[in-house]
Design a protein. Structure first.
Lengths: 170, 404
C-alpha cells in the first residue's frame, strides 16, 4: 500500500489528497477500532484537520503519515473517553444493529486485531495493512526497530493464541 | 496453510461504507476564523510594543523545570477506600416528590430549559450557589459557545465569544473572568460580562493548548500544551502563563505521558491532573514547587474543595472524594454512584462545597456526539437531578462552578 509523501502532494489539491487518503485511513481505523461507523467518523475528523491546516500539511515530508497519526490519536482519545464508561457500565459497548456481512475468517481477524493491546495493534496495522518496513514503522511510532520487532512477535503470538494461523512476522 | 496477514488485513479492513463527503469534511474544518484574526493582531501589537513574542517552547533563562516523579517506594501509609457498594436498585431518574423531572422527559419546547416542576425548580432547590459556566454545543458538535447560568436568578447568559469552538471554561478566583480553550487556537480569557477578551497562550493543530486552570491569586493560568486533547502529538506538558499572556514557563518535563484536566488547589500548592496510561486514566496531584507527584488512583476530572484538602473526581460511574491532608496517607471514599443507564462527565464542585455538577448523558446512546445535559447532586450523594437540558439534541458540557 503506497503512503502519500510530500512529493506526491506537491501538486495535489486538498480534496484530491483527502479522497486519496480516505480509504487507507478508514481501513486502518476499522482495524484499530473494530467499529465501521466510528472508523468513518474518525477518518472524516482527521481529514478535516488536514483541510484546516492544509498550508502546513502540504509542505510536510510525509503528510499521509501526519494524517494517519492524527487519526490514531483521535481513536486513542475516544478510547480514553469511553474506557471509563465501559468500566462503569461493567460490560462491553453495546453492539449496534450492524451485522458484519464478511466471512467468519475476516470477522475473526478483525476482532482479533481490535483486541490486541494498543501498540501491538498499531504495529500490526502499519506493517501488514500499510505494508511499511520495520524501519518506517519504527519512525512512524517513534520507537526503535527492535521495539517494533518485539511488538510484532508479541502480536503474532496473541493472534495465534486466538486460533488464527498467521504467518510469521519478518 | 498459514494466513497471509497482509492480504487478510486488507480484506478485513474493507472499503468505507459511503464515499467521502467533502462537504461534511469542509464543514468540520472551516469556521469563522475570528480567533485567528485576533491572534494576528496580538502578535502585531507585541511587535509594535517591542515586546518578545513568546513561543511557548523555550524556558525562561535560568529556569529548570522541576523533575516530575512519582513517589515510588514510599507509598502512602494507607489508602483507605471506603467504597459504598453500588446499589443496582438506586434510580435517581425517578422524580422525587415535588422534585425535578428525570432524563428522557419531554420538556417544554425551548432551545434551553432550566428545569421546572410543579412545586419547586431545580434552581430554587439549589438556591444561590454561585454561577455555572458551561459550553453549549450544537447537535453534531460543530459549534460550541460559552454560557453562564446564575443559580440565584436562574438566568442563562450567552457570552457570544468570537472564537472557534469554545470549551473547558475555568473561573478566576474572584469570579470576574473566565479562561477557556478555543479549539486549536489557544487559551483565552474573557470577563464574565463579555469584556476584556484576550489571548493568553496560542496553539494550533500541531501544538495544541487545553485545560486552563487559574492560580488562587488570579495572576496566572496553568494549561496543557500538546498531547492529550486535541491529539496531534502523543505527549503533553503542563505550562503556566500570566493572565496577560506574559511569562510563559514549563512546569513539567515528562515527555512521555499524556496529561489533561488540570485543577489548581485553592492554597496554590497543588495542581491536580489526569495521566492517560495505556489502558487507564489516573488522577495525580503535582506539588508546584518541588515537582513531586502523588497518585490518587484511577479517575478523571479532578475538582478541589474550597478548603483545598480534598479532591473529588470521577471513577467508573462514581464520584470519589480523596482527602489528601490526612497524616497517614490519602483517604478516599465514594460519595455517589450514578445509575447504570447514566454516564457522567466533567465534574465540578460548588464554592460552598454543598453540590457537584456534571455533564450527563444516557448510556444507551452510542453515537459519537450524543446529547448531554447538566445535572447536579449534593456532596453527600443525595438529590441528583437535572439542571439544564438542551432540547434540540445538542450538548451542554464542561460545567465549571464559580462564585456568585
Amino acid at each position: 500500500m503506497k503512503v502519500v509523501t510530500g512529493s506526491d502532494v506537491a501538486g495535489l489539491g486538498v480534496e484530491d489528497f483527502c479522497h486519496r487518503e480516505y480509504p487507507r485511513l478508514y481501513g486502518a481505523l476499522r482495524l484499530y477500532c473494530g467499529d465501521p461507523w466510528l472508523a468513518e467518523e474518525l477518518a472524516q475528523e482527521a481529514l478535516a484537520r488536514s483541510v484546516r491546516h492544509w498550508d502546513e500539511v502540504r509542505t510536510m515530508e510525509a503528510p499521509g503519515a501526519w494524517v494517519h497519526r492524527v487519526a490514531i490519536n483521535l481513536a486513542n482519545s475516544w478510547f480514553r473517553r469511553t474506557a471509563a464508561e465501559r468500566r462503569a457500565l461493567g460490560r462491553s459497548r453495546p453492539d449496534d444493529a450492524f451485522r458484519d456481512p464478511d466471512s467468519p475468517t475476516l470477522v475473526a481477524v478483525r476482532d482479533a486485531v481490535a483486541s490486541l493491546p494498543r501498540r501491538q495493534r498499531e504495529v500490526v496495522i502499519l506493517r501488514f495493512f500499510e505494508d511499511l518496513s520495520v524501519r518506517a514503522t519504527a519512525e512512524r511510532m517513534g520507537c526503535a526497530e527492535g521495539t517494533v520487532k518485539g511488538l510484532l512477535s508479541d502480536a503474532i503470538r496473541s493472534l495465534r493464541a486466538r486460533g488464527l494461523d498467521v504467518n510469521d512476522a519478518d | 496453510m498459514p494466513i497471509d496477514l497482509s492480504q487478510v488485513l486488507k480484506d478485513a479492513a474493507g472499503a468505507p461504507p459511503r464515499p467521502l463527503d467533502m462537504v461534511a469534511v469542509r464543514d468540520r474544518a472551516t469556521r469563522p476564523r475570528a480567533g485567528h484574526r485576533l491572534r494576528l493582531w496580538f502578535w502585531a501589537a507585541l511587535a509594535v510594543l517591542g515586546l518578545g513574542v513568546p513561543t511557548g517552547l523555550t524556558l525562561a533563562p535560568g529556569h529548570a523545570p522541576p523533575a516530575v516523579r512519582t513517589i515510588e517506594g514510599d507509598p502512602p501509609a494507607e489508602v483507605v477506600d471506603d467504597e459504598v457498594a453500588r446499589d443496582p436498585g438506586v434510580d435517581t431518574t425517578t422524580p422525587e416528590a415535588g422534585g425535578a423531572t428525570g432524563p428522557g422527559t419531554t420538556l417544554p419546547q425551548a432551545p434551553l430549559d432550566v428545569h421546572e416542576s410543579a412545586s419547586e425548580s431545580a434552581g430554587s432547590v439549589l438556591g444561590s450557589h454561585g454561577r455555572i459556566a458551561f459550553t453549549r454545543r450544537s447537535a453534531g458538535g460543530q459549534t460550541s459557545e460559552l454560557n453562564v447560568y446564575d443559580t440565584a436568578t436562574g438566568e442563562v447568559t450567552d457570552l457570544s465569544v468570537a472564537t472557534e469552538f469554545q470549551s473547558d471554561p475555568a473561573w478566576s478566583p474572584d469570579g470576574g473572568h473566565l479562561a477557556y480553550e478555543a479549539r486549536a487556537d489557544g487559551i483565552y480569557v474573557i470577563g464574565a460580562d463579555g469584556s476584556d477578551h484576550h489571548l493568553v497562550a496560542a496553539g494550533d493543530a500541531l501544538d495544541a493548548v487545553t485545560s486552563p486552570t487559574w492560580s488562587p491569586r488570579g495572576d496566572e493560568i496553568a494549561f496543557v500544551r500538546g498531547g492529550a486533547d486535541p491529539i496531534e502529538s502523543g505527549w503533553a506538558e503542563i505550562w503556566v502563563v500570566g493572565v496577560d499572556g506574559s511569562g510563559q514557563r514549563l512546569l513539567t518535563n515528562t515527555r512521555e505521558q499524556a496529561v489533561g484536566s488540570l485543577a489548581w488547589s485553592p492554597d496554590g500548592r497543588w495542581i491536580a491532573f489526569v495521566v492517560f496510561e495505556t489502558e487507564s486514566v489516573h488522577v495525580r496531584v503535582l506539588d508546584v514547587v518541588s515537582g513531586d507527584t502523588r497518585d490518587l488512583g484511577e479517575g478523571e476530572e479532578p475538582a478541589w474543595s474550597t478548603s483545598g484538602d480534598r479532591v473529588a473526581f470521577m471513577r467508573d460511574g462514581s464520584i470519589v472524594v480523596a482527602d489528601i491532608a490526612a497524616e497517614n496517607g490519602v483517604h478516599s471514599r465514594v460519595v455517589y454512584w450514578a445509575p447504570r443507564d447514566q454516564v457522567m462527565d466533567y465534574l465540578t464542585w460548588s464554592p460552598d462545597g454543598e453540590w457537584f455538577a456534571y455533564a450527563f448523558r444516557r448510556s444507551d446512546n452510542p453515537s459519537y456526539n450524543p446529547p448531554y445535559s447538566i445535572w447536579v447532586v449534593r456532596a453527600d450523594g443525595s438529590d441528583a437531578r437535572p439542571l439544564l437540558t438542551e432540547t434540540t439534541g445538542g450538548q451542554l458540557h464542561s460545567p465549571a462552578w464559580g462564585p456568585a
